[in-house]
Design a binder for this molecule. Structure first.
Ligand code: GLP
Length: 260
């Protein structure tokens, strides 16, 4: 796991966008794993800018979102299908039919979850997965206690997550209790994972998943078992890391050929 501590969101967005750009140049039909939340927004802004100014081409790219609320009506502005469209995919030239989100309105949810797993596999798997992290250490919507081997399935949200996400709704009462999320086992199959965390409110979760034990109580800690994870954090989110100086030293002296 590589931890990169950067001054702020702009640098984080730019470095993550470099990785996406390098991937698309190497593999124009790459499969991107997309996250919602505030954390990846600087990456989406930077990719949209590079598309507009530099012609970065997404025409053959495919994308899979991590998760979706259950039960929000079609077109609901806070459904992750809409959020991903608004924040990213409408701003670049990715084909809408190549952008997938779990079906939170499916009559048969287990079948929809299996279909999602099948679609990811049929696309050849996720090349680069962008992640945020919840204050309780969740990735996607894999709340504490999630099986480290879990696949796409329905989950119930912890009250803290509903409170955290109430900022996007009119009131906490409008935040669904149920979600569909890629499982930890699903996320672990992505070839490269870039997790972004910013702000002091993420410091404890970052400390727990980077330097704590691998345990279901902190779902993101499973990433310690992944061979290629990049954690991009600002100073505030890095403030509880015990080995912060070591991570800084390592990154400052990294061979230029290594990339992310
Ligand atoms: C939600 C999403 C996660 C996201 C998390 C953190 O719960 N399901 O994918 O990482 O929020 O969001 P933010 O980046 O806004 O802090």
């Amino acid at each position: 796991m590589e931890v990169v501590i950067l001054p702020g969101s702009k640098q984080i967005g730019s470095l993550a966008a470099d990785a996406v750009e390098a991937l698309l140049r190497r593999k124009p039909d790459a499969v991107l794993g997309l996250a919602t939340g505030v954390s990846p927004l600087p990456v989406y802004d930077e990719l949209a800018r590079r598309h507009d100014d530099g012609g970065l081409d997404f025409s053959r790219a495919r994308a899979f979102a991590l998760d979706e609320y259950v039960g929000l009506e079609q077109g609901h502005p806070q459904s992750y299908r809409e959020v991903i469209r608004r924040e990213f995919t409408d701003r670049v030239n990715i084909a809408p039919e190549n952008v997938h989100t779990p079906d939170g309105l499916a009559a048969d949810i287990p079948a929809a979850c299996q279909a999602y797993e099948d679609a990811i596999r049929a696309a050849g798997g996720v090349d680069l997965q962008l992640l945020g992290v919840g204050t309780d250490g969740h990735i996607g919507f894999n709340e504490p206690g999630s099986s480290l081997a879990s696949r796409t399935r329905i989950k119930s949200l912890i009250e803290q997550t509903r409170r955290d996400n109430a900022r996007f709704f009119t009131s906490i009462h409008d935040v669904p209790h149920h979600v569909i999320t890629q499982g930890l086992g699903t996320i672990m199959e992505a070839r490269h994972v870039i997790l972004i965390a910013t702000g002091a409110q993420k410091a404890q979760a970052v400390r727990d998943f980077v330097e704590g034990p691998v345990a279901a109580i902190c779902a993101a800690s499973v990433l310690q078992m992944h061979p290629h994870v990049t954690v991009l954090v600002d100073e505030a989110a890095a403030s509880s890391l015990r080995l912060a100086d070591y991570y800084r030293h390592t990154y400052d002296n990294k061979p230029a050929w290594q990339g992310l």
